[in-house]
Design a protein around this ligand. Structure first.
Ligand code: PLP
Length: 394
């Protein structure tokens, strides 16, 4: 018999939190931890933000769920808010990032069939992450995540990330392509930031080819990179944007937003979700967006992220074991020249929560956007010291 009633699909750290406040989590023994990961870019407003707690409690007392068989005014309001923020025209709501990407993949296929392409293909990138459902797993550029789950869904063509020539060569050799799906910054594979005009170039190619440009902003969205969506720093509009993680500050909600023709593709019966966009989820997301706007948290993420990257660069000036310090806003990656997965455990012992990703060599920090200056310098101080101890012990 198994020693735990849970399936064994996570490698968990041995700590259990009981409550949270702002950027801090408290375990069952009363120890406190500074959360530099935000539940993987989810709790951008920190834990137990009073605006979100109030919105959830008030809405739960009124109405939690009806059905998409009926009009849901809060869903319409959230769609209005998100489309005006993003420049998109319409929204579909679901419950996770993977589901938002599933909707995007279905939009791309409809777009293809409308163009008379019976086997439409989507260009996706090496080292990408788009989710764990079978379609998003096939889109994900990670053989380890895919291992054991063949046959993968067909209809994806792989290209190297941040390589425009590779996209042009696919365009010249494959008439079935209908869309590109890409993260503005690759999060799971180690905060990989492309050339500043990468998205602009992809936009230009998509226009020339009549492909949909579909941006996966599940991790980069909701203020994390210093603008509400990362693409807004490129002054382009994608055809499709997906988001989830930070949208509900921990309340599960995802969205697939679309612009122009893509916004009109779904017809009744094409797609749906029982829970997607229910009154409770929408009330939570409306409170999140309102708080991001009124507290100017996009600007704060930009400023604080620059400050933290600069501070890390000073700490590691001339350090040969540091390959790169990069990111945008409060997506911060510190790439080492060696595996450093144990840093997550060492940091936890010192009261900081972080994550190591990208084949175990990249320290990933995704702190909440409400982080204070002193909390930011505490993270920089402790994490720098731990990295220095780690390399000196080897
Ligand atoms: C986390 C993530 C997903 C998957 O989101 P889930 O809510 O776990 O399904 C998809 N794309 C990106 C870029 C992500 O970071």
């Amino acid at each position: 018999m198994a020693s735990t009633p849970l399936m064994n699909n996570y490698a968990r750290l041995s700590v259990a939190f009981e409550r949270g406040e702002g950027a801090w989590l408290y375990d069952q023994k009363g120890n406190k931890f500074l959360d530099a990961l935000s539940g993987i870019a989810v709790c951008g407003l920190g834990h137990s933000h009073p605006n979100i707690t109030r919105a959830i409690c008030e809405q739960a007392a009124k109405l939690i769920h009806t059905s998409n068989l009926y009009t849901i005014p809060l869903q319409t309001r959230l769609a209005q808010k998100l489309t005006s923020l993003s420049g998109m025209d319409s929204a579909f709501f679901c419950n996770s990032g993977a589901e938002a990407n599933e909707a995007a993949i279905k939009l791309a296929r409809l777009h293809g069939h409308n163009r008379g392409i019976s086997t439409p293909a989507i260009i996706v990138m090496e080292h990408s992450f788009h989710g764990r459902t079978l379609a998003t797993l096939a889109a994900t550029g990670n053989r380890k995540a895919q291992a054991g789950f063949d046959p993968l869904l067909a209809g994806f063509i792989r290209a190297p990330f941040d390589d425009i020539d590779a996209i042009l060569s696919i365009a010249n050799n494959n008439a079935d392509v209908v869309a590109i799906m890409v993260e503005p910054i690759q999060g799971e594979s180690g905060i990989k930031v492309p050339a500043p005009d990468y998205l602009n170039q992809l936009r230009r190619i998509c226009d020339e080819q009549n492909w949909l440009l579909m941006l996966d902003e599940v991790q980069t969205g909701n203020g994390r990179t210093g603008s509400y969506f990362a693409y807004q720093q490129n002054n382009i509009l994608p055809d499709v944007v997906t988001t989830a993680k930070g949208l509900g500050n921990g309340f599960p909600i995802g969205a697939c937003l679309a612009h122009g023709n893509a916004a009109q593709l779904f017809q009744p019966g094409n797609h749906g979700s029982t829970f997607g966009g229910n009154p409770l989820a929408c009330a939570a997301a409306l409170a999140v967006i309102d708080t991001i706007e009124t507290e100017n948290l996009c600007g704060r993420a930009a400023e604080l992220g620059d400050w933290m990257r600069d501070a890390f660069k000073q700490e590691f000036e001339g350090a040969s074991y540091i390959r790169d310090i990069r990111g945008n806003g409060l997506m911060i990656g510190i790439e080492l020249d060696r595996p450093c997965t144990e840093l997550a455990i060492l940091a936890k012992v010192k009261g900081i929560l972080l994550n190591v990703t990208g084949e175990g060599r990249i320290v990933r920090l995704l702190p909440p956007l409400i982080l204070s200056d002193s909390e930011a310098s505490l993270i920089v101080g402790v994490v720098s010291k731990l990295i220095k101890i780690l390399v000196s012990d080897e």
